[in-house]
Design a protein around this ligand. Structure first.
Ligand code: ZN
Length: 315
């Protein structure tokens, strides 16, 4: 009975123009039965059936503590650039192309990487469905949303160039949790209205990238593994860093993504734009442990404090 109902509602949504061969998420199958959903992505690009794919479910009892995974260094992440950011509904997500190139290094990365864009993956934040839409999960537990900040190796000119070698990309992943309102996301969220349909673009005054992330002192705990892009072409050779501390947005803020649509003249909202977890195939997930990111100023004060304590003891 339920199946019949689903089939009928699909028929109702069926459009005459059918997109063939293009990749889509499972939630789009109803409106575009011909599109290739995640289990079929290998037909779009063979790399999608590789053995180092992303996302993955992180089983915390199996992670390998790696003490060399110190906190990452963030360069230019606290700077508000001059050029505007380009916001785009690309038919799969909302993508923000950066105008400057903040850099990351350290944290066990083999080299420096520069940020080129960020985008999000989400489910259905509202009740009654309430489908969590993060791509990675921890012990099977998913968050409402996941933010990906995509970086390319410092010496690469763009993503295509970076993909020429393995290890060309590094993605920082942040879970997004429903909690209190986050003012730093206000300008970004208010632009979503202007990019409702595929191909729509908008400009946004740049923000310091760090303002969209959890506080830097909370970024010492993270998971690291080698994976792939989570959309076709599923390029393998991505160094993944998944931070334990989530970004916080209010439920109302999460719900604002509901204005987005997958297609131009489509009734279906852009929801559940995540790829399901892929097998680890023997890959290790490393864990940075409880290393604490001490701001430079505090590190400088530490010997001073010690000297003072020692000298007060000797008097
Ligand atoms: Zn992504």
């Amino acid at each position: 009975m339920e199946l019949l109902f689903l089939a009928l509602s699909c028929l109702h949504l069926l459009k005459t123009e059918v997109v063939e061969g293009s990749w889509c998420y499972r939630s789009q199958k109803c409106e575009q039965p011909q599109c290739q959903d995640p289990p079929q992505w290998h037909l779009v690009n063979g790399k999608c059936s590789g053995n180092k794919q992303s996302p993955v479910n992180i089983v915390t009892k199996n992670v390998v503590y790696e003490k060399s995974l110190k906190p990452l260094t963030f360069e230019g992440y606290d700077v508000k650039g001059s050029g505007q950011w380009l916001l785009e509904n690309n038919g799969h997500t909302v993508k923000v192309t950066l105008n400057t190139s903040p850099k990351i290094g350290g944290g066990g990365l083999p080299r420096k990487f520069k940020a080129v864009e960020f985008h999000l993956h989400w489910g259905v934040p509202e009740k009654p469905q309430n489908i969590p839409g993060s791509e990675h999960s921890i012990d099977g537990e998913k968050y409402p949303m996941e933010l990906h900040v995509v970086h390319i190796r410092e010496d690469a000119s763009d993503v295509t160039d970076a993909k020429k070698n393995p290890g060309g990309l590094a993605v920082l992943a942040f879970f997004v949790k429903a909690n209190k309102e986050n003012e730093n996301y206000a300008s970004l969220l208010s632009e979503l209205e202007n990019i409702k349909y595929k191909g729509d673009t908008a400009r946004l005054d740049p923000l310091p990238l760090m303002s969209l992330l959890p506080p830097e002192e909370d970024l010492g705990k993270y998971y690291r593994y080698e994976g792939s892009l989570t959309t076709p072409d599923c390029y393998e050779g991505v160094i993944w860093t998944i931070f334990e501390k989530p970004v916080e947005l209010s439920l109302r803020q999460l719900s604002r993504f509901a204005v987005l649509h997958f297609e131009k003249n489509s009734s279906s909202a852009m929801t559940e734009n995540f790829r399901p977890a892929q097998p680890l195939n023997g890959r290790a997930v490393l864990w940075s442990g409880a290393s604490i990111a001490l701001p430079a100023a505090k590190l400088l004060l530490l010997p001073l404090a010690l000297t003072c304590t020692l000298s007060s003891l000797s008097h």
